[in-house]
Ligand binder design. Structure first.
Ligand code: HEM
Length: 367
């Protein structure tokens, strides 16, 4: 909780948890350093001697120089243009999803809007055929833990599926991300099949649930500060600032992991090579050394250097897409509905308070 973070920032900003067998880091400057100093804090956290899976060679799990090479390839294909080109489609899809629930005048922000929106958009950007999108969504649910694990080898199934799709696009390229990924090259080198699979799977893992909870967290903020929706409805130019403040105030990701590559010092503590560190983004975003009155929800806060999308070489590749989807949903809803409220009497159940993600499981609204 925020009170606990404040206590830790003040009294034990870098502390070893025997229970979790890892260091926990709470202050802004330290969190920023852990996230970006890859010489000392490695992202290659699962380097056990097992067989290499696509996720081991994905961006989030690699340090430079491998990371630099892979990121250069991927950013050739996943460009700002990829994202802006999706604008009209996102708007259409939001309208369709709202239309479905107009009759009843109520819906769940998480299940009925945010999640179906983010999964469909990423499937369409990748170029997954519409007829396969049910299956795609099922995998996304499994990866996100939305559906309980059914014992099936679904990452194996995904690999087979995407390998086939890659073969198809190799033969006949289209206007989609998979075709662009196949075409990308740096210094004459292309992405390997394992890297391509890793990236496709990473987009599902990293993109859908996070963005879903960014939107859910926006509604949690509206619920906590009731005048906010009114203010935003009157002046839409305030939306981007409001979204940044939602990111700061309720970061979708509570912390990120690293592993120490060598012995080092942080916040007066000695960290040894091989030890795990969790960098508490959610605490850094409330550090009073950087944000004045961090407990205030201020949509005009400038600058707002929150760490919710990370920092440094691993800075979130999907940040523009996440911001765009959230802005469009809020714009369309504010335009269409004169009143939006949490369903009276509904209880909000938080996601696991020890977990990685921060948000509510459901957010029922009436409009
Ligand atoms: C990396 C957060 C949405 C794709 C990251 C990182 C954070 C983050 C904190 C850094 C990880 C690290 O330092 O270890 C978020 C949040 C999102 C969001 C809060 C939504 C609100 C998305 C979306 C996509 C995406 C929509 C894709 C369409 C990625 C990728 C990386 C990444 C590929 C790895 C970049 C790299 O390692 O170079 N994200 N993300 N994210 N994110 Fe996001």
């Amino acid at each position: 909780s925020l009170a606990w973070y404040r206590h830790m920032r003040e009294h034990a900003p870098v502390t070893y948890s025997e229970q979790h067998q890892q260091w926990m880091v709470f202050r802004y400057d330290d969190v920023k350093r852990v996230l970006s100093d890859y010489e000392t804090f490695s992202s290659e956290v699962e380097s056990e001697g097992h067989t290499l899976t696509p996720m081991d060679v994905s961006l989030v799990a690699l340090d430079p120089p491998c990371h630099r090479h892979l990121r250069a390839l991927v950013t050739q294909a996943f460009t700002p243009r990829t994202v802006t080109q999706a604008t009209a489609r996102i708007e259409q899809l939001v309208k369709d999803l709202l239309e479905k629930h107009m009759g009843r005048g109520e819906m769940d922000i998480i299940d009925d809007l945010a999640y179906p929106l983010t999964v469909t958009i990423i499937a369409e950007i990748l170029g997954v055929p519409v007829s396969d999108q049910e299956r795609f969504r099922h995998w996304s649910d499994l990866l996100a833990g939305v559906t309980p694990f059914d014992g099936s080898d679904f990452t194996g199934e995904m690999s087979v599926y995407f390998s086939r799709l890659l073969d198809e696009r190799r033969r006949e390229p289209r206007e989609d991300l998979i075709s662009s990924l196949l075409a990308a090259q740096v210094g004459g080198e292309h992405l390997s099949t394992l890297e391509l699979l890793g990236f496709c799977i990473l987009l599902l893992v990293a993109g859908n649930v996070t963005t879903t909870h960014l939107l859910g967290n926006a509604f949690l903020c509206f619920d906590e500060f009731p005048r906010l929706l009114e203010v935003l409805a009157r002046d839409g130019t305030l939306l981007p600032g409001a979204i940044e403040e939602v990111l700061r105030y309720r970061s979708p990701l509570r912390f990120m992991f690293r592993v120490a590559k060598k012995d080092t010092h942080l916040g007066g503590q000695s960290i040894h090579a091989g030890q795990w560190i969790s960098a508490y983004i959610a605490s850094a975003n409330h550090d009073e050394a950087v944000f004045s009155h961090p407990e205030r929800f201020d949509i005009t806060r400038t600058p707002n250097p929150n760490l919710s999308f990370g920092h440094g070489v691993h800075y979130c590749l999907g940040a523009p897409l996440a911001r765009l989807e959230t802005r469009i949903v809020l714009e369309v809803m504010l335009r269409r509905f004169s009143s939006i409220q949490r369903r009276p009497g509904s209880m909000l159940e938080p996601l696991d308070p020890q977990g990685f993600m921060q948000g509510a499981k459901h957010f029922p609204i009436v409009f």
